[in-house]
Design a protein around this ligand. Structure first.
Ligand SMILES: *Cc1c(COP(=O)(O)O)cnc(C)c1O
Length: 391
């Protein structure tokens, strides 16, 4: 226990020595592909605002109008007096949009994952999670007190093996849809088949697919044609491609009603401001018909992958807007990130414990608003770092 300031100082010093120390930078502009950071303009290659909607005028207008109508604070939890018509309209739109019976808003994705897993799983149950799942899924499994099992990343043999070992209790399989630090996709159809064979429920966290993938932005489940029967629990966040904040769970009428009664991170927290819900509804309307944005994003991804492979950069197997470059050591990842920043490019160094030890990386993300020239600039500056000449 760190019940002594000296122990806390010791811990901080150790984190610094291991190049694991975290720090913040102050942004003084809207979230966009060009942002001002610590007073300096940079091209942003680390935001999750994949469609460039976080600063869209329609969203801002909807936000302002709702703030005029509802004020700023929601005043209480959804179950007391914080659930407005704006929240209700958004939940209905999200159910429609995902083709599911109902949807339920949560204040953050972290809370949605914790809420669902703790509400559904009991001590006698087993939660099977991909080794690279987001921290919120890991924490939700731990909090639920069910038996947590982790299978090798995207490895259906490893999962099947675990499912085959006799376990008592009910089973839930949980996976990121698009993996947040690797950018690759989960194999949803094989996951759904295994779930069906073993009488397990399947939950997919589509934080990085929602809005970006699928013909109308329905996400990885839309792209891979996965139904509510195959993956009864869909979670997606609103703070990434959607450009606002919060998250939702979509599924059956019974599931949502059960969560309203039991999910503690839903019940015991203040509802998101109504203005956020209204801005999100406006975003959803744009996303449905934003094929042009999704296409532009795709073009930038292809341009980057082509350019990077010509330069001999070590890309990871990703087709998404998340294009990590594996570096290895924390020190080197930080150094290259700083070098890029000195050259006007913001690329974050992702280190353990966010990723496994020895796999520190530059997590490069793209937006529909990036121009061809910006990506050229990134490739040029990446080449200057000498990253491509190492092994
Ligand atoms: C960002 C993210 C979350 C958490 O969502 P927040 O709304 O930021 O709390 C959950 N799962 C995945 C895969 C994420 O990338």
């Amino acid at each position: 226990m760190k019940n002594d300031p000296k122990l806390i100082q010791q811990y901080l010093a150790q984190q610094k020595a291991q190049q694991r120390y975290r720090f913040r930078r102050n942004v003084s502009s809207p979230q966009h592909v060009l942002i001002n950071i610590d007073g300096k303009p940079v091209i942003n290659f680390c935001s999750n605002d994949y469609l460039g909607l976080a600063n869209h005028p329609d969203l801002i207008a909807a936000f302002k109008a709702a703030a005029n109508q509802y004020g700023v604070g929601s005043g209480s939890a959804h179950l007391i007096c914080g659930h407005t018509q704006a929240h209700q309209a958004l939940e209905e739109a999200l159910a429609d949009f995902t083709g599911r019976e109902r949807a339920l808003l949560f204040s953050t994705g972290y809370m949605a994952n914790i809420g669902v897993l703790t509400a559904l799983a009991e001590r006698s149950d087993v939660i099977y999670g991909d080794r690279l799942n987001h921290a919120s899924l890991v924490d939700g499994a731990l909090l639920s007190q069910a038996k947590p099992k982790r299978y090798q990343h995207n490895d259906m043999r490893s999962l099947a093996q675990q499912l085959n070992t006799q376990e008592e209790g009910n089973k839930i399989i949980v996976s990121d849809g698009v993996f947040s630090m690797d950018g690759d996709f989960a194999p949803l159809m094989p996951l759904a088949k295994l779930a069906q064979q073993h009488d397990a429920w399947l939950m997919i966290d589509d934080a990085h697919g929602f809005g970006v993938l699928g013909a109308t932005g329905g996400g990885l489940l839309q792209q891979q044609k996965i139904t509510q029967d195959q993956a009864p629990i869909l979670m997606a966040t609103l703070g990434k491609a959607v450009g606002t904040a919060g998250a939702f769970i979509a599924g059956s009428e019974a599931l949502i009603e059960y969560l309203i009664q039991t999910a503690r991170s839903y019940i015991f927290t203040t509802a998101m401001p109504a203005a956020v819900a209204a801005a999100t509804l406006s975003s959803l309307n744009i996303i449905t018909s934003a094929s042009d944005r999704r296409e532009r994003l795709q073009q930038r991804i292809v341009q980057f992958k082509q350019g990077a492979s010509e330069l001999g950069l070590r890309l990871m197997p990703s087709d998404s807007a998340i294009q990590p470059l594996l570096v290895g050591s924390n020190e080197k990842a930080l150094k290259i990130s700083q070098q890029l920043l000195d050259n006007g490019l913001l690329v974050s160094a992702i280190r353990p414990p966010t990723v496994p030890i020895g796999t520190a990386r530059l997590r490069i993300t793209f937006s529909a608003e990036h121009t061809e020239k910006m990506v050229d600039e990134l490739l040029l500056k990446l080449n200057d770092t000498g990253l491509s000449y190492q092994e």
